[in-house]
Design a protein around this ligand. Structure first.
Ligand code: GLN
Length: 509
């Protein structure tokens, strides 16, 4: 059970390592300023950022200026819960860097999607998620490193180098939102946004010992998110407590008229939904999620978490999702197929990098050949093949049929239980380089997360202990648009288990 004391008895953590809940109380009591918070993060970035390779761009001047504005608003009694809180954005979200006339804005941040092919690209607009966070008073610190076009599970596919896990710097933080996860774990930001197409929020949250939520497809707008696989991509928060994640979700969720895939349903008050208990809930444990090859230490921690939820009064039942083992094959047809179409736009003419060849066809070929990294090329080839005449029915159509089956199995099981509990990842953080030569081994990382994207459901990962000194994640999967129950379970678990106060060795001043 709990190996760390409840937060209230633990010695106070350095400012940069506390939760939004803790620091916003201090902000409101005027015992702390937003400028101090931004400085605490910037100091961490200056101390550890280069070594961990977490950020691709930092906007310190703009952040400090926004913090001064936030301090004035706080002094005037503004009560917005994220007011004055510094955060980081995965570099897959565009950030406005050009004015209306197309001229560079001073301090405008580049957008790379972790790729050389966007070299020199400046976006003329901001993402919906960033717009909403700005309106909520949160302060953007900068853009975080990520796998190229969000393709990866270890953050080793970034054109800007691997990200290091603050728990053990020889290991990966998970991917593709590894920079966001490592930044939050290391106290470089109070929260961060990532994207999850097949696990890229939950898996790095698990490997980095923090909370990460993938909302229901359509819950948060994809407007301004560089597209990887449009029917799977979803934006979501990382933070150091479930309550913090609930606050951020509340700020970014909701219908966006500029995005036809965002859904027009009311956004509940997620923080109010955290009831602190699970006594009235029935939770399903899908037996297929304890996959072959799962590390014993991971299984042990997850089983202990399930026992704790039972002790807390939840009814635990074993359930079956028989098509789980088809998830990987289904995903690796659908995601590359959509990626091959989405990435056709990078042609050396419209955006970023150009090989500069006078002949148009040669320029297309060279720009793409030099601009894209090996994993992106592999996906484009896989996807193009799966969509080509003669193979479409055998691969793409078949994958869509299996997708429907996977979704139906979830819907069926979720009629009998309030949510599912499972491991997030079969392993803890692994050594940098350990799986790069074997794409199939790498793809297995997402065996427990991919099906949730295929079905479009919400899922959260929360720390449930350590194995070999590295964090393990517990995954809670819910019904569509029922993020409230998913967060409620993770929060009740976090309170009882005490793992909310786990921090990596970088957590000291
Ligand atoms: N690891 C998976 C992939 O490489 C998922 C990535 C993601 O969720 N963006 O495609």
């Amino acid at each position: 059970m709990a190996t760390s004391p409840p937060a209230s008895e633990a010695p106070a953590l350095p400012l940069a390592d506390r939760t939004i809940g803790e620091v916003s109380d201090l902000l409101r009591a005027r015992k702390l300023s937003s400028v101090e918070l931004v400085r605490a993060c910037l100091e961490r970035i200056a101390r550890d950022g280069e070594r961990l390779n977490t950020f691709l761009a930092v906007g310190d001047e703009a952040a400090l200026e926004a913090a001064r504005d936030a301090d004035r608003a706080l002094a005037a009694g503004d009560e917005r819960p994220l007011l004055g809180i510094p955060y980081a954005l995965k570099d897959i979200f565009v950030t406005k860097a050009l004015d209306e006339a197309g001229q560079p804005l001073p301090g405008g941040l580049p957008t790379t999607a972790g790729s050389k092919i966007l070299d020199g690209y400046r976006s003329p607009y901001a993402s919906s998620a960033e717009d909403r966070l700005r309106a909520a008073g949160a302060i953007l610190l900068g853009k975080t490193n990520c796998d190229e076009f969000a393709m990866g599970s270890s953050n080793e596919n970034s054109a800007f180098g691997a990200v290091h896990n603050p728990w053990d710097e020889s290991t990966v933080p998970g991917g593709s939102s590894g920079g966001s996860a490592a930044a939050v774990a290391a106290g470089e930001a109070f929260f961060a946004l990532g994207t999850d197409t097949g696990g890229s929020i939950r898996q790095p949250a698990s490997l980095s010992g923090i909370i990460g939520l993938k909302p229901t497809y359509g819950r948060v707008s994809r407007y301004g998110m560089v597209a990887f696989a449009s029917s799977l991509d979803q934006c979501g928060p990382f933070a150091r407590s479930v309550r913090d994640v609930a606050l951020v979700l509340g700020a970014v969720a909701g219908h966006e008229p500029r995005d036809s895939t965002s859904v027009d349903t009311p956004v509940p008050n997620y923080a109010e939904a955290l009831k602190g208990h699970v006594r009235d809930l029935r939770l399903g444990v899908p037996r297929e999620y304890f996959v072959a090859g799962m590390e014993p230490g991971v299984e042990k921690a997850v089983r202990a978490a399930i026992d704790l939820l039972e002790e807390l009064g939840a009814e635990i039942v074993e359930v079956s999702l028989p098509s789980t083992d088809k998830g990987l094959a289904t995903y690796y047809i659908i995601a590359p197929a959509e990626a091959s179409a989405n990435l056709a736009r990078y042609d050396g003419v419209k955006y970023g990098y150009s090989a500069g060849d006078d002949d148009l066809l040669t320029n297309y070929l060279r720009s793409r050949g030099q601009g894209f990294g090996p994993e992106v090329k592999r996906r484009i080839m896989l996807g193009t093949y799966a969509l080509s005449a003669g193979y479409y029915d055998a691969y793409y159509l078949k994958a869509q049929q299996v997708r429907t089956l996977i979704k139906a199995e979830f819907d069926d099981v979720l009629e009998g239980v309030d949510a599912l509990i499972a491991p997030t990842s079969p392993s803890v953080a692994f050594e940098i380089g350990a799986k790069t030569q074997d794409p199939l081994l790498m793809y297995l990382n997402d065996a427990c997360t991919l099906p949730v994207n295929i079905a479009g459901l919400p899922g959260v990962s929360a720390p449930c202990g350590l194995s070999d000194g590295l964090p393990v994640g517990l995954q809670v999967i819910g019904r569509a648009f029922d993020e409230a129950t998913v967060l409620r379970i993770a929060d009740a678990y976090e309170q009882a288990a005490g793992f909310g106060s786990l921090r990596p060795p970088t957590a000291h001043d």
